[in-house]
Design a protein around this ligand. Structure first.
Ligand SMILES: [Zn+2]
Length: 159
């Protein structure tokens, strides 16, 4: 098992030990784990993707099995990451920051759906046997984020 995978497994175990609530199915069978408010916000984020970008929503549903809040941060600037078990981890420090900002800047909430689409793109790359660490892979994920943001900006209602 490569060292990176071992690290991800360790991170996954730590993340599990931090999840306070039992997992329950979210949108389309994606399990969301974390405090109730986190689960609610992720479900809203998934609904936004579904409503404004159905094609990307299909990709998210196909690629993602779990979305979890975690205190573990594999690197200093990491705000979210994913592993081969099709889990997306959102770093709690970043999440708290975003949610605080969303009270001041309502559009900051859109960063959560964008984050999900970004990580789902990396999961698709992994599932397709492609590298996720390359510049091209990152650009592809950012491109997916941009597409979603542009579709969301057409929304009149603030969620
Ligand atoms: Zn990325």
């Amino acid at each position: 098992m490569p060292r990176k995978m071992l690290l991800l497994c360790l991170v996954a175990l730590i993340a599990l030990s931090f999840s306070k609530s039992p997992p329950r199915p979210g949108a389309e069978g994606i399990r969301v784990e974390g405090p109730r408010a986190f689960r609610r916000n992720i479900e809203r984020a998934l609904r936004l993707i579904e409503e404004f970008s159905p094609d990307q929503f299909r990709d998210v549903v196909a690629a993602v099995r779990f979305i979890r809040l975690t205190r573990s941060r594999p690197g200093p600037f990491v705000i979210a990451y994913c592993d081969r078990d099709r889990r997306i981890y959102i770093v709690s420090e970043y999440y708290a920051e975003r949610i605080t900002q969303s009270r001041v800047y309502p559009f900051a909430f859109y960063s959560l759906p964008a984050l999900i689409v970004h990580e789902a793109t990396h999961l698709q790359q992994m599932l397709g046997g492609r590298a996720t660490g390359s510049r091209e892979a990152e650009l592809e994920a950012i491109q997916a984020e941009r597409l979603l943001r542009s579709l969301l900006s057409g929304s009149v209602t603030l969620h």
